[in-house]
Design a protein around this ligand. Sequence first.
Ligand SMILES: Nc1nc2c(ncn2[C@@H]2O[C@H](COP(=O)(O)OP(=O)(O)OP(=O)(O)O)[C@@H](O)[C@H]2O)c(=O)[nH]1
Ligand SMILES: [Mg+2]
Length: 214
Amino acid sequence: MWWFAIPLLGLAGKAIYDAVIDEVPSPRRKTTLELNLERLEEQLRSHSGYRIAILGQPGAGKSSLLKKMTNGKVEPLPVIGAQTDATDWSSDAACNLLSVYERYVFADVPGYDTSSHPLYIFLSSFPFGYFDAFIFVIHGKLHSSDEDIFRLIVRSGKKISIAKSFSDSIEGDDIMAVENDIRMRLSLSDSNSILFFSNRTGVGIESVFDSIIA
Ligand SMILES: Nc1nc2c(ncn2[C@@H]2O[C@H](COP(=O)(O)OP(=O)(O)OP(=O)(O)O)[C@@H](O)[C@H]2O)c(=O)[nH]1
Ligand SMILES: [Mg+2]
């Protein structure tokens, strides 16, 4: 009769196994964005050019700025678009990460703090220390995410250009207010200049490029 107990023992064993397995935390699989940020670090290590990251809010005009600054000669050309995440490092683990123009190597970084490009991944995994310079592009109102990213850029100790895009849509009188707001939110000193530019009209583009390579 003892063999009647065998299936019961089997079930009890499985229940214990499942309970133990549930409690052992399995390592989280890295997202495509995290894998791409690791790949970015590797690629930067092996590049000898002057390495510039263009970082900023989603849709701020980062990719347009790169194309304009290089007169459309940077290779490969950046993806530009009005949709969210036009520059996308979150879905293809083999996507292009760096573009080259003359002796400059650019990372046209996707806008941070979107659902596909969460802020915490940039804060924990973006290889700030591997760049020689940063262009920090601002479009709309500054958020705490901008302050967080800017703090890490400053901490890297590298050259920074602060560039305010869409200047074509700012009225002359508003420029001072916009500038004061940026200065206050980013705790800038008077020696930090804010460069206003427009990808639509081309105004200020050359100054942004000159400021970063000077
Ligand atoms: N009027 C105006 N439109 C601009 C300016 N800069 C960019 N745009 C437009 O804004 C949209 C987004 O431009 P992108 O250059 O793709 O912006 P991005 O910062 O690279 O965007 P993400 O990669 O998604 O973060 C496009 O439709 C551009 O044509 C600007 O200075 N003025
Ligand atoms: Mg872009």
